[in-house]
Design a protein around this ligand. Structure first.
Ligand SMILES: C[S@@+](CC[C@H](N)C(=O)[O-])C[C@H]1O[C@@H](n2cnc3c(N)ncnc32)[C@H](O)[C@@H]1O
Length: 244
């Protein structure tokens, strides 16, 4: 029965290979996710890394407590929503320029809509003494941001909401920052017009808010890249009603 002997031999070899390779595959995938997590901690390395959604998968874990502040170092649970932009961090030089253009002071309340790793919010608090709120859908990014706030000892000034930027009350803001897609800014415009008070400054990185005229536009060259910063100011006519 040479065929039967051959089949038994084949089965034995396949089983041995499977047993030998499984731990190797597990180790490999663990180190890949550890590298992604470590990478996400690099705030200002000078090099621009393009992150993908795979680096920071959206968690399906239910929020621990709806809409209330949890332990220090943890984000506040907000409403779930749809991802409307990938995570691409704003370089720190541009973060500073955005906050300066908005004339941020310690009297301001800064909201970053889609706050990523929290850099704009943390900078607003640390450098400008402002109170600041980050709204971020991605669980890992929201947790990382809240942990950094604690490490940097600015958790008394900042709040991170793990939730949907379209379903968050942004009316307390005096400065709003965005780095989102054009289609998202277009969807967001009526929300900003409805909720924000006259005099609130809105600063957009690279992507305009369609239909609004910028009070100032700046072009900033960083290495080989050119960045655009747009400053908008909410006029009295927007308050409480959609713009014409
Ligand atoms: C281009 S990144 C900007 C990050 C940060 N604001 C900065 O400038 O460095 C856009 C962020 O929006 C987040 N995002 C996408 N859809 C969202 C939603 N519906 N609600 C809240 N955040 C969202 C993404 O996870 C991502 O972190």
């Amino acid at each position: 029965m040479p065929t039967l002997r051959w089949m038994i031999g084949f089965l034995l070899v396949s089983t041995l290979l499977l047993v030998a390779l499984t731990p190797y595959q597990l180790t490999r995938s663990r180190s890949a996710s550890a590298a992604a997590a470590q990478n996400s901690g690099q705030q200002d390395s000078g090099e621009r890394r393009i992150y993908t959604n795979d680096d920071f998968p959206v968690s399906d874990a239910p929020p621990s407590s709806e809409g209330t502040k949890s332990d220090a170092g943890q984000p506040v649970a907000g409403p779930k929503g749809e991802r409307v932009a990938p995570f691409v961090p704003t370089p720190m030089e541009i973060v500073d320029r955005m906050l300066e253009l908005a004339r941020t002071t310690s009297k301001d309340v800064v909201y970053d809509l889609g706050s990523g790793d929290g850099r704009i919010v943390l900078r607003a608090a640390q450098q400008f003494g402002a109170r600041a709120v980050g709204v971020e859908l991605d669980h890992n990014l929201a947790v990382e941001s809240a942990e950094k706030a604690k490490e940097m000892k600015v958790d008394n000034l900042v709040t991170f909401i793990e939730g949907d930027l379209f379903q968050t009350d942004i009316s307390p803001a005096s400065v709003v920052t965005v780095y989102l897609l054009l289609s998202t800014n277009d969807r967001l415009r009526p929300v900003l017009e409805k909720q924000l008070r006259p005099g609130t400054r809105v600063v957009a990185h690279d992507i305009r808010i369609p239909g609004w005229k910028a009070a100032r536009e700046e072009e900033v060259t960083l290495g080989l890249g050119i960045h655009y910063v747009y400053l908008y100011e909410i006029p009295g006519a927007f308050s409480g009603a959609a713009a014409p």
